[in-house]
Design a protein around this ligand. Structure first.
Ligand SMILES: [Zn+2]
Length: 489
């Protein structure tokens, strides 16, 4: 299963011109000097050839290893015998989320990062977008593996994300951007999970805090609210730019096509789920707009960006990606991996070196015609379905997979589950546990789904709880967590 936090939809990071570093302990993490430096380095790497890129990676990796060994007992132990530049990366040990979270104090390089204090911080929704201890942005990652994690980002990491997001994003309307470089005419809508400290939501709140003058033009919209309310709010806001998940973009396009939503975005940014060619075409046709896809995770916000040729390039000057098989051995270019090992070259407080990201991807052998030296990747993301259920008076209501998984994770504390639509009136929640152990969790999950369906105007939906292994696999061969009716897939 994909362990990537799918709630890392495309991020809107980065201060715009005119931003000044806010002060105070609760101010978001921002350092203008680091941003200037990261900007220069990102620009320089755009012109790298392969040896220059390799040198850049090697220097950053060596520094990361030095910091990790000096400050993290866990890495000091795991990297014993490793010599950067001599020991091939493929021979370094692999680390996994469960181990890192279990040994949190040994993992982090700064003793100010106390797990209990971080948990307390993310338990308070009002603190989303603020800095922890005045120094770190904090993101929680749910993932689908039952191992919720906390990732912190210091000023250096945020500066790198800001530089990557602002300099390596496709510009469908370059002339307009030239006439309006500050984006003063834009109205940004983030449509997503807004009930926790999730990477994209926190990044959007940070952007608001960094640019108070544009706060009114930047709004977050929850996908957990009834669709009619979401549509009314979006219509009222009239966004020119929407950042969301592909399934939510498809829902908005459906509603616009049906005449229930009249908005005219110029750009839709998607991320967090697999974007199919059909959904891309549907959204572009209905809104008559450009669609830019990106790839990010709570571990590294800006992993991949879509170039002008529609390919996804990986930012390998700042993040190393190793596609590997089930045994952790490298797979050749052009072959879909079992999982991917990620090394974060800009984050030192909580080092990630050969970290099992859980995502399956293909590193393409051929360079892209756009001329970028950065490799092209294809990501096999989540394959969950949107569910169309029967509402009163012959209507139908669409439930988004991201909303359903958020409800089950956050309200019922379930992470390993499968939700399957049996017909237009019935949902089956399945937990891979023996019946006796599953009872209490099923009751929690069914109650959370019941309340969510009621809020969505679906009072007649039957919710059935079952214990047992996941039954169906999606198109990718991975177990899907939210499965629609076969005809709708
Ligand atoms: Zn390209």
């Amino acid at each position: 299963m994909a362990r990537r936090d799918a709630r890392a939809a495309p991020a809107m990071t980065g201060p715009r011109a005119g931003a000044s570093a806010p002060r105070g302990a609760d101010a978001p993490v921002f350092d203008a000097t680091r941003l200037a430096q990261a900007t220069l380095e990102v620009l320089a790497a755009n012109g790298d050839d392969a040896p220059a890129l390799a040198r850049r990676q090697a220097a950053r990796l060596a520094r990361l290893v030095d910091v990790a060994r000096a400050g993290s007992p866990l890495y000091r132990q795991r990297l014993k015998g490793v010599t950067p530049g001599r020991t091939p990366l493929a021979h370094w040990p692999i680390v996994r989320k469960a181990e890192l979270m279990q040994r949190f104090d040994d993992w982090v390089t700064d003793p100010a990062l106390q797990l209990n204090a971080l948990r307390e911080f993310i338990a308070d929704p009002a603190r989303a977008g603020q800095a922890f201890a005045g120094r770190w942005q904090v993101w929680e990652s749910s993932g689908s593996s039952g191992e919720p994690a906390i990732f912190v980002q210091d000023a250096q990491a945020m500066a790198v994300y800001d530089a990557l997001e602002s300099l390596r994003r496709c510009l469908p309307h370059p002339l307009q951007r030239w006439l309006d470089p500050l984006g003063l005419g834009e109205r940004y809508a983030f449509v997503g999970a807004t009930d926790g400290h999730f990477a994209t939501y926190v990044s959007t709140l940070r952007l608001q805090r960094l640019n108070p003058w544009m706060a009114a033009r930047l709004r977050c919209f929850s996908i957990l609210q009834p669709t009619a309310d979401l549509l009314a709010q979006l219509q009222d806001f009239a966004p020119t730019l929407i950042a969301t998940y592909p399934s939510a973009a498809a829902l908005l396009a459906d509603e616009a096509q049906s005449g229930r939503l009249a908005i005219h975005p110029r750009e839709v940014w998607t991320g967090g789920e697999t974007l199919s060619a059909a959904v891309r075409q549907h959204v572009q046709q209905v809104f008559g707009c450009a669609l830019c896809n990106s790839y990010g995770a709570s571990e590294f916000l800006a992993i991949g960006w879509q170039c002008s040729h529609g390919r996804l390039h990986a930012n390998t000057d700042w993040v190393l990606l190793e596609p590997v098989d089930a045994q952790g051995h490298p797979v050749p270019a052009g072959v879909l991996s079992h999982t991917t090992l990620l090394t974060h070259l800009a984050q030192f407080a909580q080092p990630l070196i050969r970290y099992d990201l859980g995502d399956r991807l293909t590193l393409m052998a051929e360079p892209c015609d756009c001329g970028s030296p950065l490799p092209v990747i294809e990501v096999l993301g989540r394959c969950d379905d949107a569910l169309q259920l029967a509402a009163p008076r012959g209507r139908s209501v669409t439930l988004l997979p991201m909303a359903l998984t958020t409800v089950l994770e956050d309200e019922a504390r379930l992470f390993d589950f499968q939700l399957q639509q049996r017909d237009r009136h019935t949902l089956v929640l399945r937990l891979p546990l023996p019946a006796a152990q599953a009872a209490a969790a099923l009751a929690r999950g069914c109650a959370a789904l019941r309340a969510f369906c009621d809020r969505q105007g679906l009072p007649g939906i039957q919710i059935v709880g079952e214990a047992g292994p996941a039954l169906q696999h999606g198109r990718s061969g991975k177990t899907c967590r939210v499965l629609g009716l076969p005809a709708a897939r």
